[in-house]
Design a protein around this ligand. Structure first.
Ligand code: ITT
Length: 202
């Protein structure tokens, strides 16, 4: 069974490949599957946008299982912003050094206990039979006082995980995937897909 992942984000795709490595299926990026479409993410929740992306790509390749991830950073002190707008926050092409510095600045007057934040990931799977499955994963942390680390992508340098005393950009890829929002949501999706595969084999 071919699995196509509906993402244009190289950082996500790298993590996804690692997390899905033990799946007995070929996992292709959208580009590898020869699909080049721009999906308008006009949903207001992670779930809506994940479903929109999975269905749009599934329409191009109906025999495959199409997975999509919609994710983002919720900063409690900023009323859960940037949230679903995480990629578009301050402009899609603005470098993350600038976005991350801006978030740290917005929290200068926040008390320590007000620095809580989380990454959220919703994975949607559009199946060849037309059904759509979803799973969700979160990781709780705080906004760091300074950006740190070179790993990961996006907001990782400012997302501090107390149990590791490090930002997610300072973790190895294996450590991040073991505890991350995306790791949790994708492992939950693997369990749902295992049930689907069993049904297929009947
Ligand atoms: P696709 O829609 O093509 O998958 P995208 O980057 O636009 O790529 P989203 O709309 O889901 O994806 O936006 C997710 C954004 O949330 C992402 O660009 C980062 O800014 C942030 N984000 C999500 N997961 C993250 C992670 O593990 N580490 C750091 N930042 C993350």
């Amino acid at each position: 069974m071919k699995i196509v992942f509906a993402t244009g984000n190289a950082g996500k795709m790298k993590e996804i490949r690692m997390i899905l490595a033990d799946l007995n299926a070929e996992v292709l990026s959208m580009k590898e599957a020869g699909i080049d479409i721009d999906v308008v993410e006009d949903g207001v929740t992670f779930e809506e946008n994940a479903i929109i992306k999975a269905k749009a790509v599934h329409a191009c390749i109906p025999d495959a299982i199409v997975l999509a991830d919609d994710s983002g950073l919720e900063v409690d002190y900023l009323d859960k912003q940037p949230g679903v707008y995480s990629a578009r926050y301050m402009g899609e092409d603005t470098p993350y050094e600038i976005k991350n510095a801006a978030i740290i600045r917005k929290l200068v007057h926040a008390k320590e206990e007000e620095r809580t934040a989380r990454f959220v990931s919703v994975i949607a799977a559009a199946l060849p039979d037309g059904r759509v499955l979803t799973t969700e994963g979160t990781i709780e942390g705080t906004i760091a006082h300074q950006a740190a680390g070179e790993g990961g992508f996006g907001y990782d340098p400012i997302f501090y995980v107390p149990e590791f005393r490090a930002t997610t950009a300072e973790l190895t890829a294996e450590q991040k995937n073991a505890v991350s929002h995306r790791g949790k949501a994708l492992r939950a999706m693997k369990r749902k897909l295992a049930v689907y595969f069993e049904e297929l084999e009947g």
